[in-house]
Design a protein around this ligand. Structure first.
Ligand code: PLP
Length: 449
């Protein structure tokens, strides 16, 4: 039934799967699966690009974002951490439709700069739903948030406390503590977090300056893999709550930060955290629990498609012991672009074949890398002049790929587009085609328009 798929863009920029595509199962009409919906959007876009005739930019790399995936992640969060209110970390992916959906779902927002705070306030979000979770803030930004009524912010050192005392003495302060982030992809504790031997002095100074400490925050590192890091951090936070009480601060909120992965490690991680919270901050304590997840919400929702713009044939390839031909593929996105996640976020995006020799292969066995002896070896490179700009050192596909063919990469929603540069004059503002595989999320988005 896939043969008849076509997608029209509706007025709000979404492809509407209800009107345009139906599958009939046992007399009931059901929409396509998330995979089909993403595949249809990818296919529709690339089928209209003819690299022999198109204008510059028409073959540009682009994303397909499935906001239904964000919605499902939110349900997964609610199921596993029902007591913890997420404040989405905008830095991870500030896509406006992603933020709109999360706003409609009732999350708060963790912002790191004036621009992020402005973006969220412009959506009509109440300032109480924002935490300025940057322990070392720009003076003028502190004055800005004071003028906007964004009161919640973090600190972890004495200089910052004196800054806040001068610029925004009524701020609601979270003392960010140091964590063991050694199991994470992106370590943050080298740069932020007060160690437990410093918290007493910080609380004493806050008290002396007449400041308003309302909570404790921590971050176990982005892409964390050791659930015990959460247990230890919750235990440490609990001791800081007790320390604060000795200075007359009755802390009301614990912020457990980000670090949650979207893969199936989440349930275990959340299970350990949930148990630790129930032990140290039980429901009857009345303490509010919040978190700052970024990657968890954004990563799987975005798929990236890239065009092969050039190819170099390597005869007698040293990669292949049989001396067979291999190829270097050059695509129109790389480490200075949306694959910035390879450098900054320690990711290993996996190439799959979207379209080869005029055939769409999305989600077919042929799209995947192969280990079979018949395969062809490739390395995949970005478009800039820098030799570091390599996406994949070695991959084997079952077919010969050439200029004009398309590759796609899943799980490209976290720390990708937001850290892309325009190095060598390549755009970092690529189209996002939105689909929505969850009718509940679609209804919310339609309601917002
Ligand atoms: N909160 C803070 C203060 C951060 O620095 C980060 C990421 O660097 C996040 C939240 C989001 O982390 P993650 O995407 O791992 O959930």
């Amino acid at each position: 039934s896939n043969n008849h798929v076509f997608l029209k863009r509706s007025t709000n920029g979404f492809y509407n799967h209800h009107e345009d595509y139906h599958d009939v199962v046992g007399g009931h009409s059901v929409g396509p699966s998330p995979k089909e919906l993403i595949g249809n959007a990818l296919r529709h876009r690339v089928e209209n690009v003819d690299h022999e005739f198109c204008d510059p930019g028409e073959e540009d790399t682009f994303f397909v974002a499935d906001l239904g995936e964000v919605y499902r992640q939110h349900l997964r969060w609610k199921l596993n951490l029902p007591r913890v209110k997420p404040f989405y970390a905008v830095k991870c992916n500030p896509d406006p439709k992603l933020l709109q959906l999360l706003a409609a779902l009732g999350t708060g927002f963790d912002c790191a700069s004036k621009a992020e705070i402005e973006q969220v306030l412009r959506m009509g979000i109440d300032p109480s739903r924002i935490i300025y979770a940057q322990p070392c803030k720009t003076n003028s930004y502190v004055r800005y948030v004071a003028s906007q009524g964004v009161r919640q912010m973090t600190f972890d050192n004495t200089d910052e406390l004196r800054k806040i005392a001068r610029l925004f003495p009524d701020a609601e302060l979270f003392l960010r503590i140091h964590t063991d982030d050694s199991s994470s992809l992106c370590r943050l504790s080298l740069k932020f977090g007060a160690s437990l031997d410093l918290t007493d002095g910080l609380l004493a100074l806050a008290h002396e300056l007449g400041l308003n400490v309302v909570g404790v925050s921590f971050h176990v590192g982005s892409g964390a893999s050791d659930p015990l890091a959460f247990l230890k951090a919750v235990r440490d936070a609990h001791s800081v709550f007790q320390q604060a009480a000795t200075y007359g601060f009755h802390l009301k909120t614990l912020d457990v930060g980000g670090g949650f992965c979207a893969d199936d490690t989440f349930e275990e991680m959340a299970g350990v955290l949930r148990a630790a919270l129930d032990d140290y901050f039980p429901a009857h304590s009345g303490i509010h629990l919040i978190a700052e997840p970024g990657r968890f919400y954004a990563s799987a929702a975005f798929t990236l498609a890239c065009n092969i713009i050039a190819r170099r044939t390597i005869e007698d390839s040293p990669m292949d012991p049989q001396g067979e031909t291999s190829y270097m593929l050059y695509v129109n996105d790389g480490l200075y672009g949306n694959f910035s996640s390879i450098m900054f976020d320690h990711q290993h995006p996996e190439a799959k074949v979207l379209r080869a020799a005029g055939q769409t292969l999305f989600d077919s066995p042929l799209a995947e890398a192969t280990t079979s002896r018949q395969g062809v070896d490739y390395s995949i490179w970005g478009p800039t002049c820098d030799g570091i700009d390599r996406i994949t050192e070695r991959i084997r596909f079952p077919m010969v790929l050439d200029v004009g063919d398309w590759l796609y990469f899943e799980d490209m929603g976290a720390y990708t587009k937001c850290s892309a540069t325009t190095f060598n004059g390549f755009s970092n503002d690529h189209d996002v085609i939105y689909v929505c595989s969850e009718p509940g999320a679609q209804a919310l988005l339609d309601y917002l328009h």
